[in-house]
Design a protein. Structure first.
Length: 77
């Protein structure tokens, strides 16, 4: 898939509140640089970061905060 096709799918996943699937797709996409992957994941996680922690974290910060507070979340996996 082209980069534009991947971005379209990511936006659709975002619209349908499927950020976790979008992040998996980003991680598996080979035509994105690591910086671009971090940028996309950070953009997807903004809403959850604000909802859960009251501030906007980038993806790495969100993962750290989530790990520290994971007993407050229900893991459905």
């Amino acid at each position: 898939m082209s980069e534009n096709d991947v971005i379209k799918i990511l936006r659709l996943l975002e619209i349908y509140n499927q950020a976790h699937i979008a992040i998996e797709l980003i991680n598996r996409t080979k035509n994105f640089t690591e910086d671009k992957k971090k940028e996309f994941k950070s953009e997807l996680i903004k809403k959850y970061s604000l909802d859960f922690f009251g501030k906007v974290f980038d993806y790495d910060e969100y993962c750290k905060e989530y790990s520290k507070n994971k007993d407050h979340f229900i893991n459905l996996i």
